[in-house]
Ligand binder design. Structure first.
Ligand code: ASP
Length: 323
């Protein structure tokens, strides 16, 4: 008897879920950006969201929930109803590294449902203009010679810019003093103002300031140059051979979101990334589009797990302290 009641209840839940999924989306959707407005994650969310709302027929609003390297914003999505109306945008930092650094109170794999892999971004090594170096080699010499550790802006312990900094310390033996912000948008403002020495930043964030001549770029952390900024050498060309890091991004929803809803969000995001006008905006920012076979929710899930296996040992070994 109890089993029959339970089965009837489950059937009702399923019907309810399907009905919801059929109507999805019937009201506005929120994408939670876990970093400051105007930064690289925010820009990507706004470009994507603007085009996705055309496919979905609903408004998409962006909410910036910042702090603790994006882990607060991701937590806000984990605790939202699993109905597809609250979407998490994040990257290698928020959805991989943070799990090795913070006591999150949620599991990055089992509490979230992957939706789609988004474009990736090589990092760029940039300094304030007052640094006298003209090449990466000269920058390394200048950083090494500094009597106190050079300051490096980050979006918090575990953010993309921080992981890149740890990797840079490993590769060069240069000790950095990290200055955390709520996103690399405010970090970049301070670099332009000369308050900090360097950022190993997402190319999409720094590129317009580099073009404006307000900061100096030394290399992109990839084996090929960024098409829209082809005058900037790669780390291989500039003397830091093999120093490669690409920050990929993605979308997730809370665990238990109906498959049909995930599929609709996925379809809208893929449509957006296939739109030539959107591609142009992304490519101008130095972003690289994912390959067609990387665009399913399962592909993002598998990729995220592989990245956790790859990065957690290095991050745990760095014994990053958070307050
Ligand atoms: N993606 C972050 C931002 O939007 C920065 C980071 O991860 O370093 O500010």
């Amino acid at each position: 008897m109890r089993i029959a009641i339970l089965a009837a209840f489950m059937a009702l839940l399923t019907i309810g879920g399907t009905a919801c999924a059929d109507n999805f989306p019937s009201h506005p959707i929120t994408i939670v950006v876990p970093f400051s407005a105007g930064g690289p994650t925010d820009s990507m969310a706004r470009i994507l969201g603007e085009r996705m709302q055309r496919s979905l027929g609903q408004t998409i609003t962006i909410e910036n929930v910042t702090g603790a390297a994006g882990s607060l914003g991701v937590g806000r999505v984990v605790r939202s109803p699993p109905d597809g109306y609250t979407v998490s945008i994040g990257h290698l930092g928020t959805h991989v590294a943070n799990g090795a650094i913070y006591k999150l109170g949620y599991d990055l794999v089992t509490d979230l449902e992957p939706v789609v892999l988004l474009p990736s971004n090589p990092m760029i090594i940039v300094s304030k203009n007052a640094v006298p170096a003209k090449s990466l080699k000269e920058l390394l010499t200048w950083l090494k010679a500094k009597p106190s550790p050079p300051t490096a802006g980050t979006a918090g312990a575990g953010s993309g810019s921080h992981i890149a900094g740890l990797y840079f310390e490993n590769a060069t033996g240069i000790k950095l003093q990290y200055v955390p912000y709520r996103g690399t948008a405010p970090a970049l403002n301070d670099l332009v103002a000369g308050q900090i020495d360097i950022i190993i930043d997402q190319t999409s964030n720094s590129i317009s300031q580099v073009r404006a001549g307000t900061i100096r770029a030394y290399a992109v952390t990839d084996d090929k140059r960024v098409e829209s900024a082809s005058d900037i050498p790669t780390t291989d060309e500039a003397g830091l051979s093999g120093f490669h890091m690409t920050l990929w991004s993605g979308l997730w929803v809370p665990k238990g979101t109906p498959k049909e809803v995930v599929a609709k969000l996925n379809g809208a995001a893929v449509e957006a990334m296939n739109d030539p006008a959107v591609r142009k905006k992304f490519e101008d920012l130095g972003l690289q589009m994912p390959a067609p076979d990387e665009l399913s929710p399962d592909a993002l899930g598998a990729w995220q797990k592989a990245e956790i296996a790859k990065w957690w040992p290095m991050i745990k070994a760095a014994d990053v302290k958070v307050d």
